[in-house]
Design a protein around this ligand. Structure first.
Ligand code: KG4
Ligand code: ZN
Length: 336
């Protein structure tokens, strides 16, 4: 009989629970988003996020088991995100997973949240195999990882300051848009001219895989102030489209560089910003993209979810990776 893995994700502000049969059959996939709770504060409030996970997690685990007709004792593995992320949020997931593991007599494995994102494009595609390049673009990370085998990762480069998602969230704040900023900017950009403002494309022509988004956010801020001083209306759609174009061009340039440097022509993208329509189009339809084949997760699995954690945990377990029973969270855990 196929193995049953319970996945638990609580690294930031989404409580995710999933039940996986074998390596890729999803029996249950539940998510309790806290976006509405945090939106009124303009960003994630860590202490509040931890309390919400505490309220949401066990009812979600119960619901996932119930809808799959599975008992806790029938599980073969519990996979839980143990870092990187917010300490308070991680503790709730890891401690709950430890308690359930003890109570049900089921082994436990800790999963790196970034390895989880790296697995998201693998959830629905069985034709993506290493070696491939993984662009992880989330609220906390922007990096390109070389995947020579599952479990064998090399960091090719990352952001020097803000992550791409963080840049979208900060830009949204500058524009008076709600949190999280990415989806909102994506929506408004659809009606805007991406070339209306000539925002700088950071590190576009450097020969390293590196990103920087804080200057771009400042350029946006200056532009908004300038327009304000001139007494004109803020052209929201054009500003969003131009900002999004600059972020996308920066990401695309470094994917192209990584392909050129490694000779690897398979590119997978994941993380919240991989839901961005301009980035998805750039990775699959641009002139540059003719040099590679791209794999993108479905939109709902770009952002945090427990399916990717269950799958990464199951795969690590099969590779012989084991975690101690007293697994503890590591908020600054690295993937490579
Ligand atoms: O992966 P994720 O759920 O959480 C982290 O692990 O950080 O990513 C959340 C980030 C937020 O910064 C959000 O603004 C961004 O992903 N995001 C987007 C879009 N959807 C979510 N950014 C640009 N365009 C989108 N459509
Ligand atoms: Zn994430």
């Amino acid at each position: 009989m196929s193995s049953l893995t319970l996945g638990i994700e609580t690294s930031c502000d989404d409580t995710g629970v999933a039940l996986l049969k074998g390596e890729r059959t999803i029996l249950s996939e539940l998510l309790s988003s806290q976006i509405k709770d945090h939106a009124r504060f303009g960003g994630v409030v860590p202490e509040f996020a931890a309390r919400k996970h505490l309220e949401n997690l066990l009812p979600l685990v119960d619901a996932a088991l119930k809808e799959s007709g599975v008992k806790g004792q029938d599980l073969d593995l519990i996979a839980v995100t143990c870092g990187p992320g917010l300490m308070g949020s991680l503790i709730v997931g890891v401690m709950a997973a430890r308690a359930l593991s003890q109570a049900w007599g089921v082994p436990l494995i800790g999963v790196n949240h970034l390895e989880g994102h790296l697995f998201a494009p693998l959830v629905d595609s069985d034709d993506l195999r290493p070696p491939f390049l993984s662009l992880i673009v989330s609220g906390g990370h922007t990096e390109i990882i070389r995947v020579d085998a599952l479990g064998q990762y090399q960091l090719l480069g990352e952001t020097r300051d803000d992550a791409a998602g963080e840049a979208y969230d900060k830009a949204a704040r500058v524009l008076g848009l709600p949190y999280p900023g990415g989806p909102e900017i994506d929506r408004l950009a659809k009606e805007g001219n991406p070339h209306a403002f000539d925002f700088p494309v950071p590190f576009k022509n450097t020969k390293d895989v590196e990103f920087s988004f804080s200057g771009l956010k400042t350029a946006l801020l200056w532009q908004v102030r300038k327009i304000g001083k001139e007494g004109k209306a803020i052209p929201l759609n054009d500003l969003c489209a131009s900002f999004q174009r600059a972020v996308t061009e920066a990401l695309l340039a470094k994917v192209a560089l990584a392909v050129q440097l490694t000779g690897i022509r398979r590119v997978a993208a994941s993380g919240g910003v991989a839901a961005n329509s301009a980035l998805r189009a750039a990775l699959t339809e641009s002139k540059e993209s003719q040099q590679w084949k791209a794999w993108l997760p479905r939109i709902s699995r770009c952002t945090d979810n427990a399916v990717m954690i269950a799958m990464a945990g199951r795969c690590a377990w099969e590779r012989g990776i084991r975690s101690p029973a007293d697994l503890s969270p590591d908020p600054s855990m690295e993937i490579a």
